[in-house]
Design a protein around this ligand. Structure first.
Ligand code: SF4
Length: 357
């Protein structure tokens, strides 16, 4: 396991949890949290003192559906240039991956930001930026939309909102949630108020957490305390960055550029008001409208590879290594699902740090 500073402090937190004699299951919804939990061995340390933590639908690449990736492939096949973040390239679909499309000569470009895609647009006939991510990354897409844009630039928005997914997972009731660890970066944008309902209505303790090992251990400790004391509230462990009202400038920008719409997530049925589509003002740059003819002509594809259990991983029902394909038929070189592709995906993280091969 990787070493980290303050291991003595970590041990004290662990011993404090041990004294509570609990048997609890918490969920987090963040790839970076999962990385920290596994990389530093916190997952095992917590399990040893009665706290199991599972990753929910918190990897943007993983929750993007096969049909959305297939849309991007269809656009590339129709001669459109597709700009995507690198993690999307290897996501498999029945039509192959965007990487396969690139290999057969389609113009698929890896970008590090939406600005890269805007800058490249004048070089090509038609440029589509595939926007993925939660409230952390959607403000960057929104920021370019309010600036003058090349006529041939459009956005295929796969951006999603986190709180509706939490509603969905709680209401589906498949996973007993004794507490939620909320992601610090999303919370820095949306603030703490959107989580209140989960404590008030469902009596679920919550802690907003940063990304260092001690942040996560302290969050688990706070959740254990809430459970033991019969409390259910939203505690902000990441107060060095997260304010109650979040980032009002970013929120205002999101409201100006995007509107929440119903959308399917991988492994979930349609979740009401869970995704961002562009407001009508931006129709001329909305790839779902600009290229409607290509997208409508594409037949739907099956959502999951037959043997892939990403949906269950994303709903917290199984750990990655419980999937029979893990580390065998499915590995980062030959992934069967996005959870093995993305560095924020539970299977990829488990593979990298647990060395199951
Ligand atoms: Fe899917 Fe591979 Fe993860 Fe199994 S190990 S759930 S096949 S991505």
């Amino acid at each position: 396991m990787f070493r980290f500073r303050d291991e003595k402090a970590a041990q004290k937190i662990i011993e404090s949890i041990r004294r509570e004699e609990v048997n609890l299951r918490f969920m987090h919804v963040c790839g970076t949290h999962q990385d920290t939990l596994v990389r530093f061995g916190l997952e095992a340390m917590l399990k040893d003192v009665g706290v199991e933590i599972r990753q929910g639908p918190g990897c943007p690449v993983c929750v993007t559906t096969t049909n959305e990736v297939a849309d991007a492939i269809a656009l590339a096949d129709a001669g459109v240039t597709i700009a995507v973040f690198g993690d999307m390239l290897k996501v498999p679909t029945p039509l192959g991956s965007l990487g396969d499309a690139k290999a057969r000569g389609r113009d698929v470009r890896i970008v590090y930001s939406v600005e890269d895609a805007v800058r490249m647009a004048p070089e090509v006939k038609s440029m589509v930026f595939m926007g993925i991510g939660f409230e952390t990354t959607s403000p960057t897409t929104a920021a370019v939309m309010v600036e003058p844009l090349p006529k041939n630039f459009s956005v295929y928005s796969c951006h999603r909102l986190l709180p509706p997914a939490l509603h969905a997972i709680i209401n589906m009731g498949e996973f007993r949630i004794d507490g939620l660890i909320e992601p610090g970066h999303v919370s820095a944008i949306i603030g703490t108020a959107p989580y209140d309902v989960f404590s008030e209505k469902y009596h679920i303790p919550q802690v907003i957490a940063g990304f260092e090992p001690l942040d996560l251990l302290m969050s688990a400790h706070h959740l254990v305390k809430q459970v033991k004391e019969g409390r259910a509230e939203v505690e902000n462990e990441y107060s060095r960055l997260v304010r109650k009202d979040g980032n009002p400038i970013a929120v205002k920008l999101l409201e100006r550029v995007f509107k929440p719409v119903d959308r399917t997530w991988r492994g979930f049925p349609t979740i009401p008001m869970s995704a961002y589509d562009l407001q009508e003002e931006f129709d001329a740059h909305n790839a779902r409208l600009v290229h409607e003819d290509v997208l409508e002509a594409r037949p739907p594809v099956a959502e999951e590879h037959k043997g892939c259990r990403c949906g269950e991983v994303l709903r917290g029902l199984i750990n990655s290594d419980e999937c029979p394909a893990f580390g065998k038929a499915c590995n980062p070189r030959y992934p069967m699902g996005p959870c093995m592709v993305s560095r924020e995906g539970g299977c990829n993280i488990a593979f990298r740090y647990r060395g199951k091969l």
